[in-house]
Design a protein around this ligand. Structure first.
Ligand code: HEM
Ligand SMILES: *[C@@H]1O[C@H](CO)[C@@H](O)[C@H](O)[C@H]1NC(C)=O
Ligand SMILES: *[C@@H]1O[C@H](CO)[C@@H](O)[C@H](O)[C@H]1NC(C)=O
Ligand SMILES: *[C@@H]1O[C@H](CO)[C@@H](O)[C@H](O)[C@H]1NC(C)=O
Length: 371
């Protein structure tokens, strides 16, 4: 009897799986088939983003769109309740006049100005637009994972409270507490910070834009996890009021900066090993980032009520396949290690220290280069 029942259940499960697999809808225009017609709009949106916003590259606009996913989603507080924010809800875009008063949101105006007009062009909510744009953006960075995208976030009805977005000068325990209040563990945070491998600051350094956090800001590799651990004696001159945002680093002469927060998270006993583990482990970093972003993107939502439209996310450019190396002029002697496990053995790039590229190779779009 038990046997018969389980056979029947198996048969039932098999039918529903194959039914789901064959039931596909054809989108208007006939170019795409997908699992749910609600996903069709995202294929068109992906094309628009790639051609007219990101130039199919891991460009400045792509970096900024990825950052925006975090600054929207983190507007959520388990202790404060929905009045403080409803997570990945587009509030930063709809109520930008309010949320951009938070200094932690300095620099996100560019992504909002770039993406907000798309709300007039495509029938999507602001929360869906932000999370989808981030997934499309990072697909242009070689080595990024293909992020999950679920559709159906309702529009925010009110702004998130100010003060919920972590700042680079914040104490590490304050950052961990804030992340916990939004539902993220210290390890989740390390996994999300793989994003800083394609990141540059426009606001923290005096008279300078696009100051990178690692030597390869257009590649989704694990150099950032190594370079944040390298001891240095130089700090780039800070913009007004930003003196505590960075710590001295080994590659300042090459134009790089280290965030105080990244440094502190790299060394905290709770996170030092999760940080070190990702150095020279492309696959682990990709998997960890994909899982952490899947969680970030549904902050404040019941994922089971959303529709899986991941097939509208472009297939990312593959990893460049270069092992992590000490940039020329640095080496193992500079490593500040806090994880007690053996440090990975890495080669050092030969020759004299090289300047970090400011524009993507061959890219002629001036917007992708600092002025
Ligand atoms: C402790 C948490 C975090 C802090 C304190 C922090 C801080 C910062 C700061 C200060 C910048 C430079 C902004 C500027 O001056 O233009 C930045 C850039 C960036 N952040 Fe974070 N961040 C955090 C977590 C995250 C997370 C979870 C993501 C995941 C999506 C993320 C993605 C980015 C990206 C992609 C950029 C580069 C933007 C660009 O190049 O224009 N950050 N972050
Ligand atoms: C908010 O967005 C609107 C465009 O929708 C723009 O005109 C306004 O300047 C933005 N506000 C801030 C503070 O960036
Ligand atoms: C969400 O808000 C945007 C911006 O105000 C608007 O353009 C869009 O139509 C709204 N979408 C829905 C489903 O309410
Ligand atoms: C920093 O260290 C480098 C190499 O160790 C040295 O050449 C340089 O003079 C130092 N700079 C400062 C400001 O101490």
């Amino acid at each position: 009897m038990v046997f018969k029942l389980s056979v029947a259940l198996l048969a039932l499960a098999a039918t529903s799986v194959s039914a789901a697999a064959v039931k596909r809808v054809s989108c208007p225009g006939g170019k795409h088939t997908t699992t749910n017609e609600a996903c069709c709009v995202f294929f068109d949106l992906a094309e628009e983003l790639q051609n007219n916003k990101f130039d199919n590259e891991c460009s400045e606009d792509a970096h900024e769109a990825l950052r925006l996913t975090f600054h929207d989603a983190i507007g959520f507080s388990k202790s404060g309740g929905p009045s403080k924010g409803t997570g990945a809800d587009g509030s930063i875009m709809i109520f930008n006049d309010t949320e951009l008063q938070d200094p932690a949101n300095n620099g996100v105006d560019g992504a909002i100005d770039n993406l907000k007009p798309l709300l007039q062009q495509f029938k999507v909510t602001a929360g869906d637009l932000i999370q989808f744009a981030g997934a499309v953006a990072v697909s242009n960075c070689p080595g990024a994972p293909r992020l999950q995208f679920l559709a159906g976030r309702p529009n925010a009805t009110h702004p998130a409270a100010l003060g919920l977005v972590p700042k680079p000068e914040d104490n590490v325990n304050k950052i961990f507490a804030r992340m916990a209040d939004a539902g993220f563990s210290p390890t989740d945070l390390v996994n999300l910070l793989a994003s800083h491998t394609v990141a540059r600051s426009d606001t923290l350094i005096l008279n300078r834009e696009a100051v990178p956090f690692d030597s390869t800001p257009f590649t989704f590799d694990s150099q950032v996890f190594l370079e944040v651990l390298l001891k240095g004696n130089e700090t780039l001159p800070p913009a007004a009021g930003e003196a505590d945002a960075q710590v001295p680093n080994a590659l300042a002469a090459q134009g790089e900066m280290r965030l105080q927060s990244d440094f502190a998270i790299a060394h905290d006993t709770q996170t030092a090993c999760a940080w070190q583990e990702m150095i020279n482990n492309q696959q682990l970093m990709m998997n960890n980032f994909k899982n952490a972003m899947a969680k970030l993107a549904v902050t404040g939502h019941d994922a089971s009520k959303l529709i899986d439209c991941s097939d509208a996310v472009p297939i990312p450019k593959p990893p460049v396949g270069k092992a992590t190396t000490f940039p020329a002029g640095t080496g193992p002697k500079l490593v500040q290690q806090s994880c007690p496990k053996p440090f990975p053995v890495l080669k050092t790039d030969p020759g004299a220290p090289t300047t970090i590229p400011e524009c993507i190779n061959g890219d002629t779009n001036i917007d992708d280069c600092p002025s």
